[in-house]
Design a protein around this ligand. Structure first.
Ligand code: ADP
Ligand code: MG
Length: 143
């Protein structure tokens, strides 16, 4: 067990349904701390770059459209095993298959409109944090 940081997005569907607080409450109750947070409207170029790993997948264009349809909240979460813990609190990609009480079960609609993003490994967490937050910004926010 180690203190880690991970990257999280509250997606446009969850922001639109007034669930920012509901999502953050579950992250906090699950042992994670928000150490940086900002509301942004992703540009198409940002969404394409952020999800470039999926560019060959059939859902890529629809995913980019979805992620740019409204504002999102980008945030850095910290805690014990934050990367895996966040994925557990989020639940399965498909909300229909997500465990009861998970964010995606509570606030997701379908496999695309699934309320939250969370990094899946230490390397992607570092890349995704750096995509949205500068080192100087994070240093300013550090306790
Ligand atoms: P996760 O977000 O759980 O890590 P993936 O990395 O596989 O899932 O996919 C990234 C995002 O792409 C998902 O969160 C979801 O919004 C969307 N997505 C994944 N699979 C599908 C699919 N089969 N159809 C439509 N959208 C999908
Ligand atoms: Mg993923």
């Amino acid at each position: 067990m180690a203190i880690e940081r991970t990257f999280s997005i509250i997606k446009p569907d969850a922001v639109a349904r007034n669930a920012i607080g509901g999502v953050v409450a579950r992250l906090e109750e699950g042992g994670l701390r928000v150490v940086a947070s900002r509301m942004v409207r992703l540009t198409e170029a940002q969404a394409r770059a952020f999800y470039a790993v999926h560019k060959e997948r059939p859902f890529y264009n629809d995913l980019v459209t979805f992620m740019t349809e409204g504002p999102v909240v980008v945030q850095v979460l910290e805690g014990e095993d934050a990367i895996l813990r966040n994925r557990q609190i989020m639940g399965a990609t498909n909300p229909e298959k997500a465990d009861a009480g998970t964010i995606r079960k509570l606030f997701g609609t379908n496999i695309e409109r699934n309320a939250v993003h969370g990094s899946d490994a230490p390397e992607t967490a570092a890349q995704e944090i750096a995509f949205f937050f500068s080192g100087a910004e994070l240093a300013t926010l550090a306790r």
